[in-house]
Design a binder for this molecule. Structure first.
Ligand code: ADP
Ligand code: MG
Length: 406
């Protein structure tokens, strides 16, 4: 029996499909164990709340402010298991590791233009964009009292910039990558220096000509360094994924002590990068907030939306972390690991208990004078549920007092 159970336990660890099979064999005991664990107060105590798959639909209707009060939402119970075995975590840069609030630090006019001219045209165009860079440019123009008209024929260039018509002039605000692609690369010592300082540089084009560069700085969240350090200590490889330039990515990676990153990744390439990391044999989680991150959130083994992200990111993720605190990521991984250990333990309790109690109730030892009346059997059945639930309650306590909970 022990051998059989040991084998069952091992295979359980290996596959979730086995959980389902075991569940049908044990008459729903596994389901009970899983529910008892995942629904244990520990998740609530820590400000996390769990939902079953059935509640997914309801969840998506929950308003952001309700979620914000609760911290995190688990949309898929199965993701707890995957999260516990995650070996690499890909994280979006802007809005996840950084605050995603850009401020304009420098304007470099080119082609005989003035700073005011460059900022005015850029702000006019960006007033229609929802990108955090756009918000920074518009704020700078407002602060400097620049008046700008509304743009016509506005269109976003995903992962690269925006374009439109301002006062009859075709205007673009684009990434250095876009310039390179179109053979327009600008060599200017001032701009190079700004990029080396880790600033995000965008270029302003009028009628296809570069008329200036705008440098913006984002703030690295102070919590990011701690979050990444904790992940590393847990044996998880942190990787940064960004659409920003290699210079900015290198600077941020240096600040955060990250040894692996992908820069200048276009929105439609983010998912491919996740697949690339998966092919290294790693179980991959993706953390992101933007519309751009949605395909990567889906492609990852576990998708985590952070910072009350965009609706699209929330829809695509398995787990939603509402507080914009990257430290919630190692916290939920730790909780997932402990939860999974509990799940296996509870399966042992439930299966072992029933292996003894059911034959007893069926009268196997009747000849030896041991016979359970149906009433006692019913009581014992409930005791089993209580044992599983109590064990689940020990989740938090066990971890606090001893690391030896296996
Ligand atoms: P991230 O992956 O860091 O969130 P995005 O994919 O949103 O970045 O954008 C990548 C790059 O595209 C930006 O760093 C910027 O150079 C350029 N970009 C995108 N949208 C805009 C915009 N509205 N205005 C200026 N630049 C933009
Ligand atoms: Mg982002």
């Amino acid at each position: 029996m022990r051998r059989l159970a040991a084998r069952l336990g091992k295979r359980l660890k290996a596959s979730r499909a086995m959980l389902v099979t075991a569940e049908s064999c044990t008459g729903g005991w596994v389901a009970q164990a899983v529910t008892a664990v995942a629904g244990s107060s520990d998740w609530f105590e820590r400000g996390f709340v769990t939902y079953s798959n059935d509640a997914k639909r309801e969840l998506l209707g929950v308003r952001a402010d309700t979620l914000a009060r609760r911290g995190a939402v688990l949309k898929d119970l199965a993701s707890v298991e995957t999260l516990g075995s995650t070996s690499a975590i890909n994280s979006d840069k802007t809005g996840t590791l950084t605050e995603g609030r850009f401020g304009v630090t420098d304007i470099v006019p080119l082609d005989g233009r003035t700073e005011h001219d460059v900022l005015r045209l850029a702000a006019a165009l960006e007033s229609r964009s929802e990108h955090p860079i756009a918000a920074g440019i518009v704020r700078a123009a407002t602060e400097r009292g620049a008046q700008y008209p509304a743009p016509y024929e506005f269109a976003a260039i995903p992962g690269k910039g925006a374009q439109g018509t301002v006062d009859g002039v075709a205007v673009k605000v684009v990434s250095p990558g876009f310039l390179k692609e179109h053979g327009l690369a600008v060599v200017d010592a001032r701009v190079t220096r700004l990029a080396e300082q880790g600033k995000t540089v965008v270029y302003v084009l009028a009628e296809g000509k570069v008329i200036g560069a705008i440098a913006l700085a984002d703030i690295i969240r102070p919590e990011s360094r701690e979050a990444l350090g904790r992940l590393k200590a847990m044996g998880i490889k942190p990787i940064m994924l960004t659409g920003d330039s290699a210079a900015v990515a290198r600077w941020v990676a240096g600040e955060l002590g990250l040894d692996d990153y992908f820069a200048e990744v276009l929105p439609d390439q983010k998912a491919a990068k996740i697949e690339e990391v998966k092919r290294r044999g790693l179980t991959v989680a993706m953390v992101g907030d933007g519309v751009n991150d949605a395909p990567a959130l889906v492609a990852a083994d576990v998708g985590i939306a952070i910072g009350a992200g965009t609706d699209v990111a929330i829809e695509a993720a398995d787990i939603v972390l509402v507080r914009s605190d990257p430290r919630d990521v190692p916290a939920i991984v730790q909780l997932a690991r402990a939860t999974y250990r509990k799940m296996v333990q509870n399966l042992w309790w439930a299966t072992g208990y029933n292996a003894v109690a059911i034959p007893l109730a069926a009268g196997v030892l009747a000849r030896a004078g041991i016979l359970l009346s149906p009433a006692v059997g019913a009581v014992l059945m409930s005791v089993s549920t209580v044992v599983v639930a109590l064990n689940a309650q020990l989740l938090g306590r066990g971890r606090r007092t001893a690391s030896g909970v296996s």
